[in-house]
Structure formats: structure tokens, C-alpha cells
Design a protein around this ligand. Structure first.
Ligand code: ZN
Length: 137
């Protein structure tokens, strides 16, 4: 990775951390933030929003994707993702979020997230090598 890319990912990660400050996580206390950099250059953030009916909880990454589409329309393309939490725990995107990100992300987009020690960055295609696709005739 170039230094510029590294610095840009670091800045994106910082925005994800800031977004985590807004988490609504009264049940798990796991406060997560996500930041997406779109191909347009726009940055969109999201945070987890839990619900007393636990299955209705939405993760930070999916909140950010929904926000990005709502703000900028269905043609958005994601070129980088950062996921941070305020709990000092590893937080790679969960399986559901990987599948939702797959709809809009470039396969080689870097994804940076809190890891067991520090941060980990990898290409999205490494995180979801066999995502579900529907080939319509
Ligand atoms: Zn998730």
C-alpha cells in the first residue's frame, strides 16, 4: 500500500471511530462505527443501532450503506471501508454486512478494521471470496 493510501485509510478509520460515539448499543455495549469512501469522494458513516428485539439490530456497516444509497442514489460505488469500535475488540464486518457491501463495493477495495492487535487491512475480495450472486437471464 502506498503511504497516501495508508494515510487515507487511517483518516477513514478515525471517522469510523468518531461514528462509533453515536452508537445505540444499550444491550451489547459494543459500540461500532463504519466509514465508507465512495468513488465520488464522498465519505459516509454509520453506527450500530440495536433493538430490544435483537434480530432487528443493524450493524454500523449496513447503516452506512443504507445511508449512502439514501443520500447519493443507487449507483454508488464503495472504494474503501473502515470499521472501528470503542471496545478495543476485533471487529471485522460480519457475514451479513459483507454480503450487503458486496452489492456496491469494488472487489479490490481495501477494508480496514480493528484486529486482535491493532488494525488489519485487506481487499474486500479476500473478506468475501464466494459471495452470493444472482445472474439474471
Ligand atoms: Zn454486520
Amino acid at each position: 500500500m502506498t503511504d497516501q493510501t495508508q494515510a487515507a485509510l487511517e483518516a477513514l478509520f478515525n471517522l469510523a471511530e468518531q461514528a462509533a460515539e453515536n452508537a445505540y448499543a444499550p444491550y451489547s455495549k459494543f459500540r461500532v462505527g463504519a466509514a465508507l469512501r465512495l468513488s465520488s469522494g464522498e465519505i459516509v458513516t454509520g453506527t450500530n443501532v440495536e433493538n430490544v428485539s435483537f434480530g432487528l439490530t443493524i450493524c454500523a456497516e449496513r447503516a452506512a450503506v443504507v445511508r449512502a444509497v439514501s443520500q447519493f442514489g443507487p449507483k454508488i460505488r464503495i472504494e474503501a471501508v473502515a470499521v472501528a469500535n470503542l471496545n478495543d475488540r476485533p471487529s471485522p464486518p460480519c457475514g451479513a454486512c459483507r454480503q450487503v457491501l458486496a452489492e456496491f463495493i469494488e472487489p479490490d477495495a481495501p477494508v480496514v478494521f480493528s484486529a486482535a492487535e491493532g488494525k488489519c487491512a485487506m481487499a474486500f475480495s479476500e473478506l468475501l471470496p464466494l459471495g452470493f450472486e444472482m445472474k439474471l437471464k
